[in-house]
Design a protein around this ligand. Structure first.
Ligand code: SF4
Ligand code: SF4
Length: 103
């Protein structure tokens, strides 16, 4: 698994850099995010969940989604939408953030 950041979609908010537990994400002079140490990423997905623009892609292992499969998110105040793209198809999973910790 690995992540990639599309700087064209990046809003320069810095949220991903703040939450990465390994301090692996930095921002350039335009505040666009980039992964400083890609090999050290352990795939916790914290940055992915924070990104409101869908700029971060989380590539799945071939055994999970097939070659080139990836996930990204869209964040709203009450909902987090997960998109899983594999074999040219996009699948959406929506989590109600207010309800997600109730059981
Ligand atoms: S959270 Fe997303 S939009 Fe914000 S700096 Fe990181 S990649 Fe860019
Ligand atoms: S997936 Fe986790 S470890 Fe990897 S860059 Fe994002 S926040 Fe950091």
């Amino acid at each position: 698994m690995s992540i990639r950041i599309d700087q064209k979609l990046c809003l320069s908010c810095g949220r991903c850099a703040l939450v990465c537990p390994g301090g692996l994400i930095a921002q350039d002079e335009e505040k666009k995010a980039f992964v400083k140490y890609p090999k050290d990423c352990w795939g916790c997905a914290a940055c992915l969940k924070e990104c409101q623009s869908g700029a971060i892609r989380y590539f799945l292992g071939a055994d999970l989604g097939g070659k080139g499969a990836y996930m990204y998110t869209r964040d709203e105040p009450d909902f987090l939408h997960w998109f899983i793209v594999c074999n040219g198809k996009s699948h959406k999973l929506t989590i109600n953030k207010r309800e997600s910790n109730k059981y």
